[in-house]
Design a protein around this ligand. Structure first.
Ligand SMILES: [Zn+2]
Ligand SMILES: [Zn+2]
Length: 347
């Protein structure tokens, strides 16, 4: 079935855990890819659709097993990763669903949905303190509204705050009940079914639905394209580039393509541990960086020598490194100027 692959970002959360069984039961869905970096904790039992045996398991692993129990013929892939760090080539699909609770992560998914051929995406959220449920849907094009079209300076200030608080604590706790998460999940699943069946007019594409369970009111708002939107709304044509990351040196890659860039990431060369101050040198894609060998904290860039793009000016000490050694993986999209290539392991 052509329209059957759904990627769910934030698959294990308050809404995602309630949503997945609905998706698995849709006849038009042949494949589900789960993306979520977290592990289930005991506190999650109170609001998420999980069981005590799931505590301690990666969320994507527990949910993938559950989906296979519901429907053994369903093709399920689990990526235990933040959405922005997953190789984008693994995320090619017919529909994205976001159950993310961080604004920064949703901004990344908005960009990915546009870039990856213009894939529709459904975004849902809950506001526990006011018993509110929200569903938005986007149909990427140059003219259609995106997530950022409705953002004003205040929204970007909140985003800035998330980044300042650190990548690992970006999410605001929604304090929503299990019931509210399930309500958002049901509303979202109904939209997913409409979009997959091609019934765009009946869906909330380019609109927002807010269900106020406190006052029993439903509000539907049309979104519009903001000509001053900070996102460029660019949709990419991606061509394959067969070049095993373990066997391709940076010199070869730059020689073949002219330059190498991975959108959403930078190359850093000076690493420092925020815990013990240990320093390390070596060129690396910051997606995230490895952990400190001494104290196991996540290494960070020292802020010097970071670059978006590798080209012929690359220092000779780095030219012999392979793509894999600097952190590229099969499935990554490698950009050179206006051209975008999917890094493929083998023919
Ligand atoms: Zn926009
Ligand atoms: Zn350290």
């Amino acid at each position: 079935m052509a329209r059957g692959h759904i990627v769910v970002a934030g698959a294990g959360g308050n809404t995602g855990s309630h949503l997945l069984p609905h998706l698995a039961r849709m006849p038009g869905v042949a494949r589900i890819t789960l993306v979520d970096p977290d592990i289930y904790e005991r506190a999650n039992l109170a609001v998420q659709n999980i069981e005590s045996g799931d505590v301690g398991e990666p969320k994507v692993v527990a949910q993938a097993a559950r989906l296979r129990r519901i429907r053994p013929d369903l093709d399920v892939a689990a990526i235990q990763e933040r959405i922005e760090n997953a190789p984008r080539g693994l995320l090619r699909c017919d529909l994205f669903v976001s159950c993310l609770d961080s604004k920064a992560a949703r901004q990344h998914l908005n960009e990915i949905a546009w870039r990856m051929g213009g894939t529709p995406w459904v975004d849902c959220g809950v506001l526990g303190s006011q018993n509110l449920v929200r569903v938005n849907a986007y149909a990427p094009s140059q003219e259609s509204p995106c997530l950022e079209c409705s953002w004003d300076d205040g929204e970007y200030a909140i985003l800035e705050q998330e980044y300042l608080c650190g990548a690992d604590s970006g999410a605001f706790p929604s304090m929503a009940s299990s019931a509210l998460g399930a309500l958002a999940a049901s509303l979202t699943a109904i939209q997913v079914a409409k979009i997959l069946s091609g019934d765009a007019d009946a869906s909330v594409l380019s609109r927002q639905v807010v269900l106020d369970a406190e006052h029993h009111v439903v509000q539907v708002t049309a979104e519009r394209r903001n000509p001053n939107c900070r996102f460029d709304h660019g949709i990419w044509a991606v061509e394959p580039w067969i070049s095993p990351p373990e066997a391709t040196t940076l010199a070869q890659a730059v020689g073949a393509l002219g330059s190498v860039r991975v959108e959403g990431h930078r190359f850093v060369s000076g690493l420092v541990c925020p815990g013990c101050g240990r320093r390390e040198n070596g060129l690396r894609l910051n997606r995230p960086l490895a952990r400190c060998a001494a104290c196991n904290r996540r290494m960070a860039s020292d802020g010097f020598g970071a670059r978006e793009c590798l080209d012929s000016t690359l220092a000779s000490e780095y030219r012999g490194l392979t793509l894999a050694q600097v952190g590229l993986r099969a499935g990554d999209i490698v950009s050179s100027g206006e051209r975008h290539r999917l890094l493929v392991e083998a023919a």
